[in-house]
Design a binder for this molecule. Structure first.
Ligand code: FDA
Length: 408
């Protein structure tokens, strides 16, 4: 890297954020010899990668396609996802000799550790000579006649940088204690780009009063559920917690849920509780309902449902029609009204972000400000749970990185 006179470091590309998207972009931006620097205020790169997937990083999904992403412009992500697919990233993982496996629903995880993915990205950056400055704070970023000038604070000193390209990969707002900040949105706003409403997503739902007490009493119980909000449904596990409901199906639906909307839970999808309760009433009338239901649902849940309905010790044959229908509905069509979410403290991602109308879907470059790129979670593209968010980081990072290196 060349250092211009005084304290100014001249770069081709400055990447802000050493997360998944930023490191991917740096590795591609430097492919033709461009001088690339990635800065981050954290002590280590890829902190969210490290904690992702329970420490094993669900790095992509075999079935990733545009329908797995939310955005005010659902078409925006198509180009990058199509040109740099899950198979491209899987190839990279294979080339680095990282062992992986499919866990469920196409979700690919490292066999050993998420750190393997961080190492892969650092090795790719090193291969093109991209530099990494950690514990570095961006003090200011300005448009210059050609490119940009930045002031950063590193090791207690202010340093000046110039760069033809700036790639903003500062991520979203989730998990502030891991270094998430508003920086990416602030840069967008500073340069006149709109930011759509942001909200926590892939986040547990919370309840108050009786529903909260119900959830608390069942904390730790999990069921395979179909959880719906409006026309959207997810069939995955649901977990009762001390604060409300969580588990993959709830995290998924949280991205679609809005305040005052109801959520419907089928705790035994594909099974009609009403049909079986009716059949049991005539054919197995002497058996306790709790015994019969416990073959289908966790015993603690059954105990709670029957307690609520004053049917704790009831036999199948004694079930009046009205109670039978109410119990069946409680199992197959439980309507709940969440009061909120656990917020950014536990949300896996941020919904919304830099308005895609201001960006090129081919290159991620700001349409009105050549040389300024936004990639990854800071952009208004949010994936489902299951490896989709990292795929967006890889695809959008690749799109910006290759566009930069092709022009250098
Ligand atoms: P990312 O957040 O990774 O990186 C942003 C970088 O910018 C960080 O290094 C940060 O320190 C830096 N930064 C922020 N503000 C700054 C500032 N002011 N100055 C300097 N640097 C700054 N996804 C998935 O597909 N599979 C999974 O298994 C998981 N698991 C998972 C678990 C948990 C607990 C969370 C919180 C999230 C996930 N995700 C996930 C989501 C995934 O981690 C997320 O979508 C990507 O990390 C986004 O990549 P980015 O590079 O855009 O942001």
């Amino acid at each position: 890297m060349s250092t211009a006179s005084g304290q100014t470091t001249a770069l081709d590309t400055l990447v802000i954020g050493a997360g998944a998207a930023g490191m991917q972009a740096a590795a591609f931006a430097g492919a033709q010899g461009g001088r690339v620097l990635v800065l981050d205020h954290a002590k280590a790169p890829g902190e969210k990668i490290r904690i992702s997937g329970g420490g094993r990083c669900n790095f992509t999904n075999l079935y990733a396609e545009p329908k797995n992403f939310l955005s005010q412009n659902p078409h925006f992500a198509k180009s990058a996802l199509k040109r740099y697919t899950q198979w491209d990233f899987i190839d990279l993982v294979v080339r680095h000799g990282i062992p992986y496996h499919e866990k469920t629903l196409g979700q690919l995880f490292c066999d050993t550790s998420a750190k393997d993915i961080i190492r892969l990205l650092l090795d790719e950056m090193e291969a093109v000579g991209a530099q990494l400055w950690l514990k570095t704070r961006l003090v200011s970023l300005e448009k210059a006649e050609t490119g940009f000038t930045a002031t950063v604070e590193r090791e207690g000193q202010h340093r000046q940088l110039t760069a033809r390209n700036v790639v903003v990969a500062a991520g979203g707002k989730s998990i502030p204690k891991m270094g998430a900040s508003n920086l990416g949105y602030q840069i967008a706003e500073q340069f006149g780009l709109a930011v759509t409403e942001t909200r926590p997503a892939l986040v547990p739902l919370t309840f108050t009063d009786g529903l909260l007490e119900h959830c608390k009493s069942l904390a730790g119980v999990a069921v395979d559920a179909r959880v719906s909000c409006g026309k959207t449904s997810f069939d995955e596990a649901m977990l009762f917690t001390h604060r409300g409901l969580s588990g993959p199906s709830i995290l998924q639906i949280s991205s679609y849920w809005r305040e005052s909307a109801g959520v419907r839970v089928d705790m035994a999808p594909g099974w009609s509780a009403e049909d079986d309760l009716r059949a049991w009433r005539t054919q197995q009338g002497k058996k306790q309902i709790s015994t019969l239901l416990s073959e289908r649902l966790p015993a603690r849940l059954v105990e709670s449902l029957l307690g609520e309905a004053n049917l704790t010790a009831a036999r199948a044959g004694d079930l009046p029609d009205k109670k039978l229908r109410a119990l069946a509905e409680r199992i197959n069509a439980w309507s709940v009204l969440p009061t909120g979410t656990e917020g950014y403290r536990t949300a896996e991602v941020t919904l919304g972000g830099v308005d895609t109308r201001a960006l090129s879907s081919q290159t991620m470059e700001a349409r009105d400000l050549p040389g300024l790129y936004f990639i990854g979670e800071v952009v208004d593209v949010t994936g489902w749970l299951g490896g989709y968010n990292f795929q967006w980081a890889w695809s959008s990072g690749w799109a910006a990185g290759t566009a930069i290196s092709n022009r250098s």
